[in-house]
Design a protein around this ligand. Structure first.
Ligand code: PMP
Length: 429
C-alpha cells in the first residue's frame, strides 16, 4: 500500500492473530516504524525521546550493526557446531571484560535463557536444587527464570506460586522496605541468616541469584556491603552466586561496567543479554572452568541460533561500539546531569531518585510518608508521551519511572526530558 496503515489499523490487525498476552504500550499508541540513536519516530514523522529502551544500548539503527549484519547474512549464518572464528572472538571479547577466572562462555538468545542456564549451572555444580532469590525481582519467563521472578509488577501471583525450590529474601530497598535509610544495613545479615537457616534445615542453597541493582523494582541500589555479606553466606554453605547483568551490565551504570563491581564482589556466574545484541537476540552466560565442566558432565546444552556467526558478530560489534564511542563515560556524565535535573524538580510528588548512570528510577509518592502514587505515575507517562517522551512505570507499586535510555543519550536530550517532566508534573499537580 502507498499509504501506511494507521496505528488503529495495525492494532486491529494485531488483535486478529497476536495472542493478547503480548501487551503493547499505551492505550492509544503511536505507530513507531523507525528509530535513530535515542529517538523513536512515528509514521507522522514525529520524533519521541526514547527514555525506556535499554535494549537499544548503542542507539537505534546503528550503522555499524547494520553493516555487520548485512555482511554476515551474505556470508554465512549457521549453528555453533561448525567452526568459524566469530564465536571464539566474541567469547574472548566477553571474557576480557570480566574478572580473571570468569572465562567460559555459553551463547544463548535472550536474558531468560541466560538466567535459566545460570540456574541449571548452579544446580549442576552443587548437585542441589534450592535457589535463593530476591523479592521484587524479574529474571525471565522460561521455567527456571520465571520460578525466580518474584516481581508483583510482572505477575501479581508471583510470591504465592513459586515452586518449592525457590526461596526469597526481602528486596533490600532502603527507601521503601522494612529497613529504611540508616537501618538498611540490616538486610544483609537478615538474608545471610536466612541462607544459613536453609542449610541448617538440610536444604543448603545451590545458588543465589540477584541483580546488583534491582532493575524492575525501580533501579534500586543495594545497600553497601549487601552482596559481600550474602555471597559469603552462600559460599560458606557450598553454593554459588549468580549476577543477572541483563539490564544493568555493559557500562550503563557509568561508574562501573558491571553491576556487581558496584557491590565490590565477583560472582561465579554472570548472565548477560538485552543490550548485548542491541535488539538482535544475543545472550551469554559466563562462568568458571570448574562450573562449566560440571555442566558438561551433568547437563545438556545446544542452541540453534545462540552463538551463530551473525549473533557473535553483532555482540562483538556492540562491545566495540561501547568502547569506541565512550558510551560508559557518556552514561556517567549524562547520567549525573540527568540525576541532578531530576533531583532539582520542584514537585511534592517526587519522592526520590534511585539508580546510577543511565539506569535511574524516579519514585513518585503522594505524601511525606512515602505512600506510592501509581495513578499519577500512569497519567504522567501518558502526558509525557503527548509531550514527545516515551516513558513507562515499574516497581511492585507501579510508581517508579524507569529511566534507561540508549547509552547515546545527549546532555541536551537529558535536559529536554527534565523540562518535559517538570511540565507534566505541573500539569497534573
Ligand atoms: N533478567 C532481567 C534483569 C531482565 O530485566 C530481563 C528482561 N526484562 C530478563 C532477565 C529476561 O530477558 P529477555 O526478555 O531477553 O528474555
Amino acid at each position: 500500500p502507498t499509504e501506511p496503515l494507521s496505528s488503529a489499523a495495525v492494532l486491529a490487525r494485531r488483535a486478529q492473530h497476536v495472542a493478547e498476552v503480548q501487551e503493547h504500550y499505551y492505550v492509544d499508541p503511536p505507530r513507531i516504524e523507525r528509530g535513530w540513536r535515542s529517538l523513536l519516530i512515528d509514521t507522522d514523522a514525529r520524533p519521541y525521546l526514547d527514555l525506556v529502551n535499554n535494549v537499544a544500548s548503542v542507539g537505534h539503527a546503528h550503522p555499524r550493526l547494520a553493516a555487520v549484519a548485512n555482511r554476515r547474512l551474505r556470508l554465512l549464518n549457521t549453528n555453533s557446531r561448525f567452526v568459524y572464528d566469530a564465536l571464539p572472538a566474541f567469547a574472548e571479547a566477553l571474557a576480557s571484560r570480566l574478572p580473571d577466572g570468569l572465562d567460559q562462555v555459553f551463547f544463548v538468545n535472550s536474558g531468560s535463557e541466560a538466567t535459566d542456564l545460570a540456574i541449571r549451572l548452579a544446580m549442576a555444580a552443587t548437585g542441589r536444587r534450592d535457589i535463593v532469590a530476591l523479592a521484587e525481582a524479574y529474571h525471565g519467563w522460561t521455567y527456571a527464570s520465571d520460578a525466580v521472578s518474584t516481581s508483583l509488577a510482572d505477575n501479581p501471583n508471583a510470591l504465592a506460586t513459586r515452586p518449592d525450590w525457590v526461596h526469597t529474601v526481602p528486596a533490600p530497598n532502603s527507601y521503601r522496605g522494612r529497613w529504611r535509610d540508616a537501618d538498611a544495613w540490616r538486610y544483609g545479615p537478615e538474608a545471610a541468616d536466612r541462607i544459613r537457616a536453609l542449610a541448617a534445615s538440610g536444604r543448603p542453597a545451590a545458588g543465589f541469584i540477584a541483580e546488583a541493582i534491582q532493575g524492575n523494582a525501580g533501579g534500586i541500589l543495594l545497600p553497601e556491603g549487601y552482596l559481600r555479606e550474602v555471597y559469603a553466606a552462600v559460599r560458606e554453605g557450598g553454593g554459588v552466586t549468580i549476577a543477572d547483568e541483563v539490564q544493568v551490565g555493559l557500562g550503563r551504570l557509568g561508574e562501573w561496567f558491571w553491576g556487581f563491581e558496584q557491590q565490590g564482589v565477583v560472582p561465579d556466574i554472570v548472565a548477560v543479554a538485552k543490550g548485548l545484541g542491541n535488539g538482535h537476540p544475543v545472550g551469554a552466560v559466563i562462568t568458571t572452568a570448574e562450573i562449566a565442566e560440571s555442566y558438561r558432565v551433568g547437563g545438556y546444552f545446544f542452541s540453534s541460533a545462540g552463538g551463530s556467526p551473525l549473533s557473535c558478530a553483532i555482540g562483538s560489534e556492540v562491545l566495540a561500539i561501547i568502547a569506541d564511542e565512550g558510551l560508559q563515560a557518556n552514561a556517567r556524565q549524562v547520567g549525573a546531569r540527568l540525576r541532578a535535573g531530576l533531583e532539582a524538580l520542584d514537585s511534592p510528588w517526587v519522592g526520590t531518585v534511585h539508580g546510577a548512570g543511565l539506569y535511574l528510577g524516579l519514585e513518585l509518592v503522594r505524601d511525606n510518608q512515602r505512600t506510592p502514587a501509581p495513578e499519577l505515575t500512569t497519567e504522567l507517562c501518558e502526558r509525557l508521551r503527548q509531550l514527545g517522551v516515551i516513558m513507562q512505570a515499574t516497581g511492585d507499586h507501579g510508581n517508579v519511572l524507569k529511566i534507561k535510555p540508549p547509552l547515546v543519550l545527549t546532555a541536551q536530550q537529558a535536559d529536554q526530558f527534565v523540562t518535559a517532566l517538570a511540565r507534566a508534573l505541573a500539569d497534573l499537580g
